[in-house]
Design a protein around this ligand. Structure first.
Ligand code: NAD
Length: 477
């Protein structure tokens, strides 16, 4: 049990590191960009050297298969670093802008300055990627950073802490491990930017704390990402992609399909194909219990939460089209496919974040759109079908953080695309250039020449000539 003295020492250490970072942020902002690149290169080298350590930590946390860790954590972070190294010169170059007639005589540019000292709060579901990915953007933009990894994946949290202490002085990058109380202590401080990845509920807590200091925020949140399977779907291909995006990481992915709206004409075929593809991808000898390809639910609390969501739906009349072994002691839950789920079931209200997929038939695309638009704007929306008119109709009538057509979730790995949500699913964007922007202040710098300039025409005292010119300008706008 923690004593009051322990807590005050922790608070003291946090504010000491924060103050040291404040001082070194002043140095970092003047450093040549080559130093930023050196930091990123060292980061990449550490990740490659310690690949095994990262795999073992995430396996210990929730039995994530090694190759899955390679693809969704290690490769994702290395892609982010590679992309930043390749583009940093261009991103950091001031952008010259043209002067309109009223600004004749001026020369202007947008320069990118680091925000300063940034806080990165990470979730547990991609515990390495979502701690270090934002750090890449923070360092590329020339910031100091404090990372608070999730307490629910303690092995990976320790690896993140080791990485940072191996590579960086605390006054540049530091890690504070621990639970909610550590987050709360950090949130008391006047950071220059907070990059939070987690649930919409805690996103609101973070934004409220940030408001006290008018700190800018990037909120990478979650929600219920829908899939629409239209009549023109290429069935086998769609089922394969949906099964993988849903059940990889045991359904604990912010952009995993949360529910599927399937056109009634292809409902039966879809369920059959999805069932087959799920087993084909994740089971060994027809079972998932000992499959090395299937991760586990992160802890007992989340296991019980997902289990209760399924029970609630079944009690209210839902039918399990697929289910299998469930073992609370190892947090194994076989993929569950549900149909006939009544609208008032909790599983259609709350983000599922587990290996359960409700499938809901729809009659017309308008019905599907109405269903989606009744819920908060999702982080991603997926459309399967070859009919371009229908794709366009869904695209323009819905709002979401991103859209994938004929695929799911892979947009996360595209380094040239902004990643993020809208309203309930997030504020601000990350990845690549957009991550660099999130951690930068886009500062306009205007240089005025000396002597007479066009703006001086409108200085007081206001002459008749000034009034006439202004009348003319407004008339011609
Ligand atoms: P969470 O919101 O419970 O926790 C995230 C972080 O916030 C953790 O580090 C935690 O310690 C901290 N935290 C928790 N309660 C807090 C409080 N009261 N005050 C301050 N800090 C607090 O989220 P989670 O369970 O770790 O992750 C799952 C959620 O994250 C899902 O909703 C998922 O969709 C979302 N997510 C979003 C993305 C994205 O990129 N948009 C990625 C992964 C996960």
């Amino acid at each position: 049990m923690k004593t009051v003295a322990d807590e005050s020492t922790a608070t003291h250490r946090i504010s000491d590191v924060f103050n040291r970072q404040k001082r070194s942020a002043e140095v970092l902002r003047t450093e040549p960009f080559s130093i930023r690149k050196q930091r990123l290169k060292a980061l990449a080298a550490w990740v490659k050297t310690n690949r095994k350590l990262i795999q073992q930590a995430i396996y210990a946390d929730f039995r994530k298969p090694e190759v899955e860790t390679d693809a969704t954590e290690i490769f994702a972070v290395l892609t982010e670093i590679d992309h930043a190294l390749a583009h940093l010169d261009r991103w950091t170059k001031p952008i010259k802008v043209d002067a309109p007639v009223t600004m004749l005589g001026t020369r202007s540019a947008i320069v990118y300055e680091p925000k300063g000292v940034c806080l990165i709060i990470a979730p547990w579901n991609y515990p390495f990627n979502l701690s270090i990915g934002p750090l890449v953007s923070a360092l590329a933009a020339g910031n100091c950073a404090i990372i608070k990894p999730s307490e629910l994946t303690p092995n990976t949290s320790a690896v993140v802490a080791k990485l940072c202490s191996d590579l960086f002085d605390e006054s540049v990058v530091s890690v504070f491990e621990g639970g909610v109380e550590v987050s709360q202590q950090l949130l008391e401080l006047p950071f220059d930017h907070i990059f939070f990845t987690g649930s919409p509920a805690i996103g609101k807590v973070v934004m409220q704390a940030a408001a006290k200091h008018l700190t800018s925020v990037t909120l990478e949140l979650g929600g219920k990402s829908p899939v629409i399977v239209t009549p023109s779907v290429r069935m086998r291909d769609a089922a394969r992609r949906i099964a993988v995006a849903k059940f990889i990481n045991n359904g604990q992915t912010c952009i995993a399909p949360d529910y599927v709206l399937v056109h009634e004409s292809v409902m039966k075929n879809f369920i059959d194909a999805l069932r087959e593809e799920t087993l084909k991808r994740f089971a060994v000898d027809g079972t998932l219990a000992h499959s090395p390809f299937y991760a586990r639910i992160v802890n007992e609390k989340h296991f019980n939460r997902v289990h209760e969501l399924v029970q609630d739906a079944i009690n209210k009349g839902a039918r399990a089209e697929m289910s299998g072994p469930v073992d609370a002691s190892t947090r194994l839950m076989h993929p569950v496919i549900l149909t006939q789920v009544p609208e008032q079931a909790r599983i259609l209200e709350e983000e599922i974040f587990g290996p359960v997929l409700p499938i809901i038939p729809y009659h017309s695309s308008k019905d599907a759109i109405r269903f989606i638009n009744k819920k908060p704007k999702p982080l991603a929306l997926y459309i399967f079908g070859t009919d371009k008119k229908e794709q366009h109709e869904i695209l323009i009538n819905t709002s979401s953080g991103a859209v994938c057509i004929n695929d799911c979730a892979i947009h996360f790995l595209h380094p040239n695309l902004p990643f993020g949500g809208v309203n309930n699913s997030g504020i601000g964007k990350s990845h690549g250039y957009y991550g660099f922007l999130a951690f930068s202040n886009e500062k306009p710098v205007l240089r005025q020449r000396s002597g007479f300039t066009s703006v001086q025409l409108f200085y007081p005292p206001y002459t008749r000539r000034a009034k006439k010119i202004m009348d003319w300008l407004i008339r011609w706008m």
